[in-house]
Design a binder for this molecule. Structure first.
Ligand SMILES: [Zn+2]
Length: 155
């Protein structure tokens, strides 16, 4: 059910790198944090426990694929996962690559900037976007129909 006053019901919330019927992965527009991903439910749901278990698992599969894609493409020092939604109570997960020399490290990206704060060197924006989209698509491809060796032998 979509809400007319909810920004994540009205718009994608960033450049869409991948989507299916349940959710989408967007590259957030966060200049200090290239590679900042959000996994956003397509329907207006407030909490993970509003979803049936099978849908909770499907969402987390996408969150972990986003984490794995960031690790592959950017080799961050740490990944931060967060689901807050205090401002926009439409279920979304922040998947944030963190670097020891990023503007807030070791604080959360929403916390106080650290003294050393600088922007980490990352691939150029278009290349980063393409590499992340490619990694997500590969990781979230439907599992191929698998046959066990015994089933094959029985045919
Ligand atoms: Zn919404």
């Amino acid at each position: 059910m979509n809400k007319p006053d909810c920004p994540l019901c009205l718009a994608d919330g960033g450049a869409v790198l991948w989507r299916d019927a349940a959710c989408r992965v967007v590259l957030a527009d966060e200049p200090d944090y290239p590679g900042f991903l959000r996994v956003i439910l397509n329907t207006h749901v407030k909490e993970m426990t509003d979803l049936p278990p099978i849908e909770q698992a499907a969402v987390m599969r996408v969150v972990f694929a986003a984490e794995a894609a960031l690790r592959e493409v950017m080799q961050p020092d740490k990944i931060n996962l967060a689901s807050l939604g205090n401002v926009v109570p439409h279920l979304h997960w922040h998947v944030i690559p963190r670097f020891a020399d990023d503007p807030h490290f070791p604080n959360p990206v929403w916390g106080q900037k650290s003294a050393h704060g600088k922007r980490h060197a990352v691939p150029q924006a278009e290349a980063l976007r393409a590499q992340l989209a490619q990694s997500l698509t590969r990781r979230l491809a439907p599992a191929p129909e698998t046959e066990s060796p015994s089933q094959k032998a029985a045919q």
